[in-house]
Design a protein around this ligand. Structure first.
Ligand code: COA
Length: 214
């Protein structure tokens, strides 16, 4: 038996030209840890709701791998988080996720992503977001996709705007200890979706069955 038969997210693959979204199996975790240790953002700011990149370098590898094992271990039809490693021209450059609750009823979920700093600003973030949104709309019957980014995260907010998400209000979100920051909420529906290159997918039939769509 293959592991993907027991856990179908491991059988998924989304290709969009040089950008490939592949499952975060154990073999790719060390590459993602190396990227995170190399830096994802200016340490003076914090783009994530959970400030995981503030962990000291001797704690981050364990925190990171345990987090991803937890994502797999806590998977249920009611609540799941589909996390991919992103490859660009064959190199692992970051992560792209889609997290949801009660998907069979809501048909919506939230995208979240990051790239190693060396790979930012070259259009990869836009392409990987277009790829996950195309996958959700075309292969998972999603009706909406949401995103959110702190007001001081111009790159993430620019990607949402470029991909066709519309502004959907702001929220105060806790950030680092004792601090809150305004978070821009974004909403994408198929009619405003600015598609990227055509995607090629594998493993969809098994995944749809796994999450209860078929
Ligand atoms: C957010 C992120 C995934 C975007 O990926 P990326 O590959 O850098 O994004 P792209 O190159 O596709 O596009 C970035 C856009 O932001 C714009 N941008 C970047 N910095 C900017 C700034 N300071 N002011 C205005 N626009 C800015 C770029 O001009 C570009 O838009 P354009 O193509 O219209 O010029 C990546 O920057 C990242 O990992 N950042 C750190 C982690 C993070 O913030 N994750 C998201 C948490 S919500």
């Amino acid at each position: 038996m293959k592991l993907a038969e027991a856990f179908p997210p491991f059988g998924l693959r989304i290709e969009a030209g040089p950008v490939v979204l592949r499952p975060i199996t154990d073999d790719v975790l060390p590459q993602l840890v190396d990227l995170a240790l190399g830096g994802i953002h200016d340490p003076r700011t914090m783009p994530f709701y959970i400030p995981w990149t503030d962990a000291p370098p001797d704690r981050l590898p364990l925190n990171f791998t345990q987090y991803h094992w937890g994502v797999r271990a806590s998977w249920s039809r009611d609540q799941w988080d589909l996390q991919f490693a992103v490859e660009y021209e064959g190199r692992v450059v970051g992560c792209q996720g889609f997290a949801t609750a009660n998907y069979l009823v809501t048909r919506t979920g939230e995208t979240g992503s990051w790239l190693g700093r060396a790979h930012q600003g070259a259009g990869i973030g836009t392409r990987m977001r277009q790829a996950i949104c195309a996958f959700c709309f075309d292969h998972l019957d999603a009706e909406q996709v949401t995103s959110a980014a702190f007001a001081d995260n111009p790159a993430s907010n620019a990607v949402s705007r470029k991909v066709g998400y519309l502004p959907n209000g702001t929220q105060r979100k806790p950030r680092r200890e004792g601090e809150w920051k305004g978070s821009q909420q974004w909403l994408l529906t198929p009619d405003t979706f600015n598609r990227g290159p055509e995607i090629r997918v594998a493993g969809v039939a098994e995944f749809r069955k796994f999450i209860g769509l078929d």
